[in-house]
Design a binder for this molecule. Sequence first.
Ligand code: 9Z3
Length: 309
Amino acid sequence: MTGSTDWEDFFSATPVPTELERVEKEASDFVRYHLSRGKPVALVSSGGTAIPIELNTVRFIDNFSSGQRGSASTEYLLQEGYAVIFLHRKQSKYPFTRRVDQETFLQAFLADANSSRVTVREGFASQLHTVLQEYQNCNASCSLLSVPFLYLSDYLWYLRTLAHVLSPLKKQALLYLAAAVSDFYIPKDKMPEHKVQSDGGPLKLELQLVPKMLKPLVCLWCPEAYIVSFKLETDISLLSKKAKEALLKYKHNVVIGNLLQTRKESVIMVKQDEEINIQISHEEQSKGIEIEQKIIAVVKSWHSEYMNL
Ligand code: 9Z3
């Protein structure tokens, strides 16, 4: 009997990311800077977490998450006056660049054959101007810190470390956990070292349960922060019930419930004394309005109430 919890066992058995020390230092400087200016800081998690099946990883198990929710929400939080630590899956959607697709990028610029000059083609300038201006404003105020990850293990180490770094902000810290976190993984000591061979017949995998990190997050790592988690379901009849259960179990501030199929048009937002439905019509969507804008408006207003308590 060691008396340790499942999440402590997970971290003891899981290697620390090589970049953790650097990330911790950068995040601490970032938090100190914004704390001294009285600016609230949000930690946004975004994208899917991959599960390797070999130590020398050729293959991994992944999920559907594109990073839309986290990257769009980050832009709206910046607009609402937050500084944001963006903990995101590498190569998933990123604030600002998400609004310029690869084809537009290649078509928008014109390279002069006789000099090193690059110009923007007619018709692309206004679209690029808006995005670049927003990005430059965010850069000038040092309001965005990017922390990329690929694997679940790195994501969880970063989450724990960044939550600790945010804790001195107390109620001014917002945690907005939109990443699609795997429920299952293969512990390091159960993983084969080399590429799994196909001449051994069909592949059988045994995945272990990932410990629920919301519990230590709320109780120990960042206890006074305003914590918003997401609940993903595919069956509408379970959504509200599961969201309420999560709130009751972890005793944090808000659970946002969404269905895989309709996540871009509809969510429920549940807190202790209230449940609201946020929707976006086709007409609003056709005007480029995103559901994340409405979600963040509510999160900001609820977080402000909490800060003033
Ligand atoms: C979400 O529910 C996010 O809204 C989505 C966003 C992953 C659906 P996209 O990245 O999708 O815009 O394509 N995130 C949380 C999912 C999750 O892992 N929740 C855990 C659960 O449901 C609880 S922490 O058990």
